[in-house]
Design a protein. Structure first.
Length: 190
């Protein structure tokens, strides 16, 4: 089943299930074009934290992530040091993974070295030039594309971490660089 009719009678991508927060995220955020270095740094960071976990775990922890990472303002996160890493490792409200925490701080430093708008421009430069055929089922949705692999390679070349091609494709989906709402979903644009 690729589409699920919610309790409100609305057809959505079936991955939403019956979780109200997932419904809200699907309807208001997932696949909506997102721009801005800070917003995309947050998305990049959270997608990195999601690696190996379910997105709903990250979504439920997102308010605390935003609090302890100072709104994902790269210029602030870039100043974090070892005491901050230890503080974050002790916070049960986030994913306590040292490598992911350290990568977020390191990635923030890299973003601060970029010109304003450069992260946004770089990531969006890998968005496909033309829309792909509308996915009919979840089986039609790839985990990796040539574009996500190229973006991952470019980010890693600059020193970014936790930016593998699968993570980057998830970012491309969530930030609206691609539209993977399945046919029949009320958010499907064609």
């Amino acid at each position: 089943m690729s589409v699920l009719i919610g309790p409100d009678g609305v057809a959505r991508c079936a991955w939403v299930g019956d979780d109200p927060e997932y419904r809200r995220y699907h309807d208001e955020e997932w696949g909506t074009p997102l721009h801005g270095d800070r917003a995309l740094f947050e998305k990049l960071s959270l997608e990195g934290f999601q690696a190996g976990l379910s997105w709903i775990t990250i979504l439920r922890k997102r308010p605390r992530f935003r609090e302890v990472f100072e709104g994902f303002r790269p210029e602030v996160v870039a100043t974090f040091g070892e005491p901050d890493v230890e503080r974050l490792m002790g916070d049960a409200g986030i994913v306590r993974n040292r490598a992911k925490i350290e990568a977020t701080i390191s990635n923030a430093r890299l973003v601060t070295e970029m010109d304003e708008g450069e992260l946004d421009g770089m990531l969006w430069s890998f968005a496909p030039d033309s829309p792909r055929p509308r996915p009919q089922t979840f089986a039609d949705i790839p985990a990796v594309t040539a574009e996500s692999a190229a973006a991952s390679k470019a980010l890693r070349k600059r020193g970014f971490r936790f930016v593998g091609p699968t993570t980057i494709y998830a970012l491309m989906q969530s930030a609206g660089m691609v539209d993977d709402h399945v046919a029949g979903c009320h958010r499907a644009s064609n």
